[in-house]
Design a protein around this ligand. Sequence first.
Ligand code: 26W
Length: 844
Amino acid sequence: MTVKCQGPTRAKGSLSDALETHPPGSVSQKEHIVSDEITREQLKDEIIAALRHSRGVSLAEANNEDMYVAVSTVVRNLLADKWIETREDTLKGNTKAVGYLSAEYLLGTQLPNAILNSGVPQKVEAAVKELGFDLNAVEDVEVEPGLGNGGLGRLAACFIDSLATKAVPAIGYGIRYTYGIFRQEFDKDGNQVERPDYWLYKGSPWEQANYRREQRVGMGGVVVTTKDGKREWKPAWQFRAIPYDYMVPGYESGRVGTLRLWSAKAVDEFDLLTFNRSQYEDAVKGQTWAESITKVLYPEDSTYVGKQLRLEQQYFFSAASLADAISLFYPGEEHPDMTTFPDKITFQLNDTHPVIAIAELMRLLIDKYGYDWDTAFSITQRTFNYTCHTLLPEALEVWDAKLMGELLPRHLEIIEQISDWAAHDQAKHGASPEAIERMRIYSNGRVRMAYLATMAGSHVNGVAELHSQLLKDITLKDFADLYPSKFTNVTNGVTPRRFMRLANPRLSELVTKTLGSEEWLNDLEQLKGLEKYADDPQFLKKFAEVKHQNKVDFADWLKRTQGVEIDPNSMFDTMIKRLHEYKRQSMKLLQVIALYNQLKSGQRDINTFQARTVIFGAKAAPGYAMAKLTIRLINNVARVVNNDPALQGKLRVVFIENYNVTSAQRIIPATDLDEQISLAGKEASGTSNMKFAINGAVTVGTLDGANVEIRERVGAENFFLFGMKVEDVEKLDGNYNPRSYYESDPDLKGAIDAIASGMFSYGDPNTYKEFTENLINKDPFMALADFREYMDIQDKIEAAYQDKQAWTRMGVLNTANSGFFTSDRSIQDYLDRVWMTGSLPQHK
Ligand code: 26W
């Protein structure tokens, strides 16, 4: 019995006229991927068949794991037709497609999202129920693919969801790491312990190895000059690049996009000759070496590590993706007309990690397809766009030319030529010799990937207005002065399907009831319609009830998963993000310890104190010592504070173990106050801030990244602002004496002295010496300078929280005015400002 999916309706009108009337990104009419005619009976039959055929078990024998695979298989099959149709449309090339190149995708669990975007969530849930299973328990079986570190990886996942939902012809390209971001455990002393994340332990029903599209990627070797004077690269090693395809179902667009993740394998897996010479290990050396390329994700998320394997990973997926795109749009053509390539597909470089793709396309155009340098370069420039996600100098990738020359000798040659071309072009545009020197892509044995992307691409964008401005004013100033129209901004966004509809069904239901339809889910600005209910006591009551029930759920989950008790009637004050000094988890900790000291000393009355639960979630890069010491301190402050009877449980600190997308989906809907307290000018954008605002939490934050735009849109009166602005930081930079703040602020001194006294280390004064010394003597991100204002704003917050209705009103106005922060709007901005602009931006 085949389930009929909505036939290829668009077959009638050609894609072009469809797109004429519906420019890219505008979905004509709502279209479910799976036809509504499907019945629960049909779904039940399909699931039972999948249990028998793909799991070899009867319904009676089946457990949640069997059901997870069976339901996943059935939903995949329901999406298959639209997947094939979408792919065909994408390749018709009537409209330019988008290739999103990202070394990271933090996807989160797939089954709930696929069921939602299939368009028949209720029927699937009912079918599973009638088969005697609880869909939530079945969904909990799934291990999320942790193929990313943090913001950048999750943004890529939100973007491919929005590309499919807005029916933009697109392909996401990345790496299928066998081991994703490490699983974090805390040992008995509260230290972070990294465990391997073998997420493919039981395979994944969501990936499909697509051997027909495997590619070959070379590395190492030498470059020779052919008899006709051409340069030719002779790689020493060849690797198989196996694409694993993932469905990316759009929401109500009737489209299913593709995420193609590359996995490395040896060309000849096994060297029998060596084996027969009983050198067994050597016989498989090739295989293990090859597979090591895509074995594990680098767990650094803002500190560049110039390791060869990292460059191998970057080149491997960039080269495989380019070869795949060319063979997709010029199937079987030996001599494709590559001058049309930039009109068929435009590539977005997700930070500098895939920028080597620029040199790879130049190599293909010159060495393989025989184009002259200038033609090759203009094609390349029109093909690539670069998004920068950071402001930290230590996060900018600068490769050692020697290392790059050994692995990619031909690419280094080409980059040297681009570097010379750039210097020449900059001189032509009136740059001073000093500026040209500063802008050098390749000099002193170093290759600056951000500069290569800026000069060899057509657009450069930051990820929030403040960030994009700082890129033009500081990080890439010389380039912005010369090529102003190359620079633009696209403020980040998040998908409301996962971070509202799936994470917060209660709020989603209230919003749908109040607005009268679910259209807000792919037109999030409609949330504005809630504004008029901000003073409606009934609505406020329901809104507060939703938040409270979410807090009860979260408390249950925390009890179940970590055995920790928290009080849903306390204020849930959350800080979830990677552990990094610029994000200033340390300042949050100092505030908690100061509170503790004040409550212990009676300086603050425990009886009137607003009960508060401080929730942390954060992984630290394994090599980042200060970050790991901070994690240990947070866990030990929690141990002391939570077990101090004097506090009557009114101040509790919780550290969520192994913070990831799944736990974010549980914490965010349950949060009252969200902490976005980075030093102004350091957080490029932030995206958790957007997720919290959409889910009705109120933010305490600095004027940094997208906090600025969130505050502008939700209203200054619904945002707790504190701290130095970028210009204050610049003024203080260079003559900052943190010790003076330590000595002049008793709360601050008390908190730091408590740490140094051994209060959180069983009396040992040395455990956190590095931490306290670093703060008092260096404090690179000025936590001490912003501490007082932070303490004061927290007092205002405590007072504000007393008035539940007023607080709820602020939550409603955050939700109502956060429609802008949908990733659908970000994608539309990329379409308008970067991808569909057709021509190269004209320079003066
Ligand atoms: C080379 C090591 C490395 C690895 C990852 C350097 C930098 C990165 C990422 C760019 C770091 C990252 O995730 N940046 C975050 O990107 C988010 C999405 O744009 C922003 O919202 C965050 O502010 C930014 O820190």
